[in-house]
Design a protein around this ligand. Structure first.
Ligand code: NI
Length: 182
């Protein structure tokens, strides 16, 4: 019988993600570091948010956090995710995945619309994703690109209002801090 405690679920999901992103040759953008750094940062935000949020399914959210980029960035299929982690996790990761058939400027709003059909834990993963990505931008980004990234973060925060007080307030501060880079 497989145990279902948070630690076991975490280990199963991080190994799965590590194998998939490594096989796809994906690194942290602009570095040679493993992509797993991003995923574990998102999971860390979710674990801390979970301990500061009532009625929050941390077991579910942590799996979604660790797996959130497997469909978008690796050849993993939703069926494979469903088999390994169940339908709820697979559907959540699907909602967090941009639809490549859409125009570039429609992808984010389409994904946000689909995220909003999911549980608040999935909204929280989207906030955690952007919180961890609002670090010092790469040197080659011009002001326009940085400004666009900040505006996109603001639109995520606005669209997901009501998701999670703790993470919304963290994203709000990260957006303000990001202004120093523009
Ligand atoms: Ni991500």
């Amino acid at each position: 019988m497989e145990s279902n405690d948070l630690q076991t679920l975490y280990q199963k999901a991080i190994i799965f993600a590590a194998i998939k992103h490594h096989a796809a040759g994906q690194t942290l953008p602009g570095t040679e570091l493993p992509y797993l750094v991003h995923l574990s940062n998102v999971a860390m935000e979710i674990l801390i948010a979970g301990s500061n949020t009532l009625d929050f399914d941390t077991n579910f959210a942590v799996q979604v956090a660790l797996l959130h980029d497997t469909l978008e960035d690796t050849p993993t299929t939703a069926a494979e995710l469903e088999l390994a982690f169940g339908k709820k996790v697979a559907n959540a990761v699907n909602a967090l995945t941009k639809n490549d058939n859409l125009l570039k400027n429609e992808k984010m709003s389409d994904s946000l619309t689909r995220i909003k059909t999911q549980g608040k834990e999935v909204w929280a993963v989207k906030l955690a994703d952007r919180i961890t990505n609002l670090q010092k931008p790469p040197d080659q980004w011009d002001s326009e690109k940085k400004l666009k990234y900040k505006l996109e973060a603001e639109s995520i925060l606005a669209a997901l209002h009501g998701a999670n007080d703790y993470l919304e307030s963290r994203l709000y501060s990260k957006i303000s801090e990001y202004e120093q880079f523009i």
